[in-house]
Design a binder for this molecule. Sequence first.
Ligand code: MTE
Ligand code: MO
Length: 256
Amino acid sequence: MQWRKLLSPSDRDGFVKDAAKSLDLPSRRLFLKRAAGIGTIAAITGVAIVDGPSAEKALASMSKFNDRAQAWLFDPTRMAKTYSQAEITRPYPFNAFYEAKDAPEAGETYELLVGGLVQNKKAWKVEALQALPQATQITQHVCIEGWSAIGKWRGVRLRDFLVRVGADLRAKYVTFNCLDRYSTQIDMPSALHPQTVLALSFLDEALPKMYGAPVRLRVPTKLGFKSAKHVYEIVVSNDYVEGFWERQGYNWFAGL
Ligand SMILES: Nc1nc2c(c(=O)[nH]1)N[C@H]1C(S)=C(S)[C@@H](COP(=O)(O)O)O[C@H]1N2
Ligand SMILES: [Mo]
């Protein structure tokens, strides 16, 4: 995507580091100003830029606490705001480290693998996941790069899935490995949050390739980079792992 090039990796790293200093308003402002400047290109590519209080709030709250404090403050009963059908962002933005045309193809033999601290390591065909109880949400996705969008996802609550495979729910982490070699990890309390979903559908249709087919994580209580697309493996463990963006310096907990 063109607009991505306007923020060099060092700009992004710099932003995250500054943000971690918590109340560094000038640098946050600068970031948001740059993000807003990208608006013209965003209009062409259909990326919705939010540079008002909500983006400011999301970025500020992300920056305020370290992972431990965030995990401690995480309230498993607090629900992310939900929206109406009319508020859905259209067209909905695409984002990944690759271009939409290069989105990975799962192929017919695709099965979701399950590993680590679980009793049943049987792999799951998409149809088997579809046969489980489904939950629908219309929520906002906030990308650390300065945009947000509202979408509608449907799929299996991750907590239902973890219970079904006999996961050790006292384990610390759940890791998601993806077909495009992307990966990310979330803490168990966030994994068990009722709005954390293994999405199989987007806007009432089977998940399109560019939005993460065949299975993607949707976690509205966290920044967008935690919502892994094209998941091929879920691993339950006590091993802390940094994923694709975490290694670039993005905050691991990434709570909103
Ligand atoms: N496998 C994979 N998942 C990913 C990414 C990616 O590059 N690869 N990008 C992340 C980022 S930064 C964002 S903002 C969202 C974008 O999801 P969307 O294309 O549905 O808007 O996917 C997240 N999940
Ligand atoms: Mo993102």
